[in-house]
Design a protein around this ligand. Structure first.
Ligand code: BGC
Length: 915
C-alpha cells in the first residue's frame, strides 16, 4: 500500500514536468494470463501487456510483436516464429499468437513495443516466454508406473475408515554422456508427487499436481531441469502421496460417498536435447525401482502425515544409492487424458510466526499462531533417536485452553515426527494440510520455543491484486478476515473449508463470492480451470453436480449451486476480458439448462431446489439450520428466480458465441410472467423474506410499478423484524449489499457491514474470528457443521467494498471502461482501495475532511473512466486544485443524482469538491 501511495504522489507531483517528456514503458507481459508459463498446449496462446505512462489520456494505437525460437534471435530482433510488423490496434490483452505453431516442448521468446496516442513509441519490452507442452499423445513415451495394491504392512490401513498408505518412493539412475543444451521434465503423480533430480527438489510447487476429475482428466506439470542435470551419473526420484486419488475415507457407514480412483501412480519423462542436436528421453517404465518402506509411513489430507526420520533413505534420490531392497515398479493403467495443468499450482505463499506458547499441562504445549490459516508448520527439534513429536491442529481452544476439535468431525489432523537423533532436525509434511490457528505439541524433547514452529501458508500461486483500507476499523478487520478466508480456501479448486473431513469444491459457495475474491486475488486461472472440472463432471444427461471435482458424487439437481458454472464464466469475462470459458462451455451450459427445464419445469416454474437459502441466521443459538418458516425462502421461488437469471446470462453468452438460434428472450418472458403470477403478492414476493424480495429486484423480475414497494419490504424487515441485521443465508447474501445500495439505502448496507452484534461479519470478528465463519452463530452452534473458515457467507460483501465503497467498477470487459463512483456513506471518512486490472492498477483513495471531499484516482493506460464526484454542482469541483477547464483531459459529462460526472483518460488525478 505504502509503495503505491508514494508512487502516486510522486507521479502527480511530476505530472506537469513529465507530460510531454519521458518514455512510456511496458510491463507484466503475460501468456495465457500467466507469467512465462511452461507446457502450454493451446496453439493460439493469448498474450497481454501493460503500459505505463506519466502522461494523461494515453491509448495504445499500434503494437508490434516479435517472437523467436531463441533468446539470441529475439535479442537480434529476428522473429523467426512471428513478426507482426506494426499493427494498428488498441488491443493490449487477449492478443492471439499467430506465428509458426510451436512444436512439442519448444520455447517461444517474445517481446512487444507499442505506439501511443501521445505520439510516443516505447522501447522493446523486456523479453517474456512460454513453452509448449507435449502436444501429441505419441510424445509421451513414459508409462504409468506404481504399486497397484497395499503393501503387507498397510493392508488394514488401506481399507480402514481412516484410509492411509505409506508414501511410495520411486527412483531411476541414468547417465548423461554429452553436453546438455536443454532438459525438460514432464510429470504427473497421482494423487500427489514430489520430484527430485540428483537430490534436489524440482520446482517449488507443493501438493502437485492440481486436483481434477481424475476419471476424465489428469494434469501434468512441466519443469526446466537443464541446470539440475549434469554430465555423468544422474538420478531422478519421485515421492508419491495419496492426495484425493486414493480414497480419503474408507467405505464406513455414511462415508461411502468418497470416490476411490486407485493406488498412487506416476508418469515422468525428461526430454534432453544435447548441444550436438541429438536427443534423449528418460522415461518412467518397468526399469524404475520402488519402495513403500520410507520415512513417510502414512499420509492423508484429513488425518495428517507420519514421518519416521529413522527410516530415511539417505541418498535415495542421488546417484550411487544401493536400491537392492527396492522392487521393480509395476506398469499400471491410467487411461484418462493427460493435459497440462492450466494454472500456476499451489505453493508456500507466506509464513506465519507463532505469537504465544503455553504449557497447559506438563509436556503439552499450545502454540497460538495469531491467525487462522491453512497449510502446515515447519518443525525444528533436537533430541534422541526415537523421540516422537506430535502436532495437532485446531481453529479454536476450549475454555480449559485445550484444542477444540469437535468441529473437525472425523479429521484427525495430526502430524507425527519421529526423530533420528542427529543434531537439529527440521521437518515439514508433504502430503497433508490443516486449517488452524492453534497447534498442540506433545512429546517434544525439552521445552519448545516460539521459534521452533513456523507456519507455512499454502494456496494457489496467484497475485494479491487488491488492497483496501478505510477509516472504519470493523470494515478493515472484516476485510482482513475475508482475505485470510479466501486464501485459505484455494487448493487448485475453491474449497468450502480447509479443516474438517470435507474440503470440497462446493459450487454454491462461490456463485457470487468468486467475483468479490477476484478483487483481492487474481484468481483467473484457478477459476477457469475449475469450470473445466465442472464440465468434466457433468452427467451424460446434463446434470451438474453440487461438488466438483466429484470427490463426493452429489448430483442433487438444483439451480442455486450449479449457477456458479455460469456466473463464474461471466465473471472471468467481466473482470479479465476472457470470453474463452463462455465459448468453451456454452454447449454444456445449454445442455444443463435444457436438462433442468425438461425435468423440473412445470408451468414455467422451476420446481426443484435442494439447499434453500443455506444457513440463514437461525432463531436459536445452537441451531445450524433455522426451523422457522418465516426465515426460509421457498425452493421453487429460488429455482425459478435463478433459472430466469441464468437465461439472461445465456442470452448474453449467445451473443458472444454468435448463437442466433437460441430463444432465451422468449423463455425469459414466459418465466417472468409465471414467476410474478405465482410469487408476487401485495407488493412483496413469496413469504416476504428479504431474500425473496432481493432476488426479485436484483434479477429484474419485479415489474416497475412494484419495485419500490418490494424494496420497502426489504427495508422494513431488515430494520424492524431483524433490528438492523442481516437475515439472509448464502443465497440471499449474493445480492444483498448491492441491492440495498442500488436502491438508495447504502446506509443500511453500511450498517450491516459495520455491525458487531449478532448476526454480522463484525460479530464474528468480535468473537475472535480471524477468518469468516460458516455460520452466523459459529460460536454457539452445534459443531457437526460449523467451520471457522468458510467464505460463502461473504456473499457480495467484497464486491461492495470495491465497487461501491472504493467505487471501482467495470463498464466494459477487463475494465477497458471504468465507472468510478464512490459510496460516501455513514461515518466513513476515508477509503483507500486499489485493484490491479488487466490494464494496470486502478487506484481510488478518497477522504472527507469537514466539508471537503478529496479523491485521488489513477486510471490505467489504454482505458477510460467515467468519474462520479459527489457534488451538488459541478462548479464546486476541482481537479489538481484548479477549476476544471476541459483541456487537461477531464471533461464534464453530466450532473446526476448528487454527482458531477466527468470522463477521463488514463493518468493520475486529484479531484475535490465541497459538500
Ligand atoms: C458445505 C457447504 C456446502 C453445503 C451444501 C456443507 O457441508 O460446507 O459449504 O455448500 O454443505 O450442502
Amino acid at each position: 500500500m505504502i509503495k503505491r501511495i508514494i508512487l502516486f504522489s510522486l507521479s502527480v507531483a511530476l505530472l506537469s514536468a513529465c507530460t510531454q517528456t519521458g518514455r512510456n514503458s511496458l510491463s507484466n507481459l503475460k501468456c495465457e494470463y500467466r507469467t512465462d508459463p511452461m507446457g502450454i498446449d493451446v496453439p493460439a496462446t493469448r498474450l497481454s501487456w501493460e503500459i505505463e505512462s506519466n502522461s494523461r489520456g494515453v491509448i495504445q494505437q499500434a503494437y508490434q510483436i516479435i517472437a523467436s525460437s531463441s533468446e539470441e534471435k529475439l535479442g537480434k530482433d529476428e522473429g523467426d516464429l512471428w513478426s507482426t510488423g506494426k499493427v494498428s490496434s488498441d488491443k493490449s490483452i487477449d492478443v492471439k499468437y499467430g506465428g509458426t505453431p510451436l512444436a512439442s516442448g519448444a520455447t517461444c521468446y517474445w517481446k512487444v513495443k507499442v505506439w501511443t496516442s501521445d505520439g510516443k513509441e516505447t522501447k522493446w519490452s523486456a523479453p517474456a516466454k512460454w513453452s509448449a507442452g507435449l502436444l501429441q499423445k505419441s510424445d509421451w513415451q513414459a508409462k504409468w508406473i506404481g504399486f497397484d495394491s497395499a503393501f503387507a504392512w498397510e493392508k488394514a490401513k488401506a481399507t480402514d475408515t481412516f484410509t492411509s498408505l505409506s508414501a511410495r518412493y520411486l527412483r531411476k539412475d541414468f547417465s548423461v554422456v554429452k553436453k546438455i543444451k536443454k532438459a525438460t521434465a514432464y510429470i504427473s503423480g497421482l494423487g500427489l508427487y514430489e520430484l527430485y533430480i540428483n537430490g534436489e527438489k524440482v520446482g517449488n510447487d507443493v501438493l502437485a499436481p492440481g486436483p481434477s476429475e481424475y476419471n476424465k482428466r489428469v494434469f501434468y506439470n512441466t519443469f526446466d531441469v537443464t541446470s539440475q542435470l549434469k554430465e555423468g551419473a544422474n538420478t531422478v526420484g519421485v515421492i508419491l502421496g495419496n492426495g484425493r486419488y486414493f480414497y480419503m475415507r474408507g467405505n464406513a457407514p455414511g462415508l461411502s460417498q468418497y470416490t476411490h480412483y486407485g493406488y498412487p501412480k506416476l508418469i515422468s519423462q525428461i526430454n534432453i536435447t544435447y548441444e550436438d542436436g541429438t536427443e534423449d528421453k528418460v522415461v518412467s517404465d518397468g526399469s524404475w525401482k520402488l519402495t513403500g518402506d520410507g520415512p513417510i509411513v502414512a499420509n492423508s489430507e484429513y488425518d495428517g502425515e507420519d514421518y519416521d526420520a529413522r527410516k530415511e533413505l539417505t541418498g535415495w534420490n542421488k546417484p550411487g544409492y544401493d536400491a537392492g531392497k527396492w522392487i521393480p515398479a509395476q506398469l499400471v493403467t491410467q487411461t484418462s487424458q493427460l493435459v497440462t495443468q492450466p494454472d500456476n499450482g499451489i505453493k508456500v505463499m507466506d509464513t506465519v510466526k507463532a505469537m504465544h506458547i503455553t504449557e497447559i499441562k506438563p509436556g503439552v504445549f499450545i502454540y497460538d499462531m495469531g491467525q487462522n490459516f491453512v497449510g502446515w508448520v515447519h518443525l525444528k527439534v533436537k533430541g534422541t533417536k526415537g523421540n516422537k513429536v506430535s502436532m495437532r491442529f485446531a481453529e479454536r481452544l476450549k475454555d480449559d485452553s485445550t484444542l477444540y476439535i469437535a468441529n473437525l468431525r472425523s479429521a484427525r489432523v495430526t502430524d507425527n515426527y519421529i526423530l533420528k537423533g542427529e543434531g537439529e532436525e527440521n521437518w515439514e509434511p508433504r502430503f497433508t494440510y490443516h486449517g488452524f490457528r492453534y497447534v498442540e505439541v506433545t512429546g517434544y524433547p525439552g521445552k519448545p520455543s516460539l521459534a521452533d514452529i513456523e507456519g507455512r501458508v499454502v494456496y494457489d500461486d496467484m497475485e494479491t491484486s487488491g488492497q483496501f483500507e478505510s477509516s472504519n476499523a470493523v470494515l478493515n478487520q472484516i476485510y482482513r478476515n475475508a482475505y485470510w478466508g479466501i486464501r485459505s480456501n484455494y487448493r487448485g479448486m475453491p474449497t468450502d473449508c480447509p479443516q474438517r473431513d470435507e474440503r470440497m469444491g462446493w459450487l454454491g459457495d462461490r456463485a457470487a463470492g468468486a467475483r468479490g475474491e477476484s478483487f483481492i486475488f487474481n484468481n483467473h486461472s484457478m477459476y477457469a480451470k475449475w469450470l473445466q472440472d465442472i464440465e468434466d463432471a457433468q452427467s451424460p444427461e446434463g446434470s451438474i453436480p453440487d461438488v466438483a471435482p466429484t470427490y463426493w458424487k452429489i448430483y442433487s439437481d438444483n439451480m442455486t449451486w450449479p449457477a456458479a458454472y455460469l456466473t463464474i464464466a461471466n465473471l472471468l469475462y467481466e473482470q479479465y476480458g476472457d470470453d474463452q470459458p463462455i465459448r468453451q462451455h456454452y454447449a454444456s451450459m445449454q445442455k444443463w439448462m435444457n436438462y433442468m427445464k425438461g425435468k423440473y419445469m412445470k408451468d414455467d416454474i422451476l420446481t426443484k431446489d435442494t439447499y434453500g437459502d443455506w444457513c440463514v441466521p437461525p432463531e436459536s443459538p445452537e441451531l445450524i439450520h433455522s426451523k422457522d418458516s418465516t426465515r426460509r425462502t421457498a425452493g421453487d421461488f429460488l429455482g425459478t428466480a435463478f433459472y430466469y437469471h441464468m437465461l439472461t446470462l445465456m442470452d448474453r453468452f449467445a451473443t458472444i458465441v454468435g448463437d442466433n438460434t437460441a430463444d432465451y428472450k422468449a423463455q425469459e418472458e414466459r418465466i417472468r410472467t409465471a414467476f410474478n403470477n405465482k410469487f408476487l403478492h401485495d407488493g412483496y414476493y413469496a413469504n416476504n423474506t428479504p431474500t425473496a424480495n432481493i432476488f426479485s429486484l436484483a434479477y429484474k423480475l419485479a415489474p416497475a410499478e412494484v419495485k419500490d414497494s418490494v424494496f420497502q419490504h426489504i427495508v422494513r424487515k431488515t430494520l424492524g423484524v431483524y433490528n438492523g441485521h442481516i437475515s439472509t443465508g448464502l443465497v440471499g447474501a449474493e445480492w444483498l449489499m448491492r441491492t440495498l445500495s442500488d436502491n438508495g439505502r447504502g446506509d443500511i448496507a453500511y450498517q450491516l457491514a459495520t455491525n458487531t452484534t449478532y448476526p454480522s461479519w463484525g460479530y464474528m470478528a468480535q468473537h475472535g474470528a480471524t477468518t469468516i465463519w460458516e455460520l452466523w452463530n459459529g460460536n454457539t452452534a452445534d459443531p457437526s457443521m460449523n467451520s471457522g473458515n468458510h467464505v460463502m457467507l461473504l456473499g457480495d460483501l467484497v464486491v461492495w467494498y470495491y465497487e461501491y465503497l472504493g467505487g471501482i467498477k467495470p463498464d466494459a470487459p477487463a475494465y477497458k471502461k471504468i465507472i468510478m463512483k464512490p459510496l460516501v456513506v455513514g461515518d466513513l471518512t476515508k477509503v483507500d482501495a486499489a485493484y490491479h486490472s488487466p490494464y494496470g492498477w486502478i487506484n481510488s483513495d478518497w477522504k472527507v475532511e469537514g466539508k471537503t471531499f478529496t479523491w485521488k484516482i489513477s486510471i490505467p493506460v489504454n482505458t477510460q473512466a467515467e468519474v462520479y464526484i459527489p457534488a451538488t454542482s459541478d462548479k464546486q469541483v476541482k481537479e489538481g486544485n484548479r477549476a476544471i477547464s476541459g483541456d487537461d483531459g477531464v471533461k464534464l459529462l453530466k450532473t446526476e443524482g448528487g454527482f458531477a460526472v466527468y470522463t477521463v483518460g488514463s493518468g493520475d488525478y486529484v479531484f475535490s469538491s465541497q459538500q
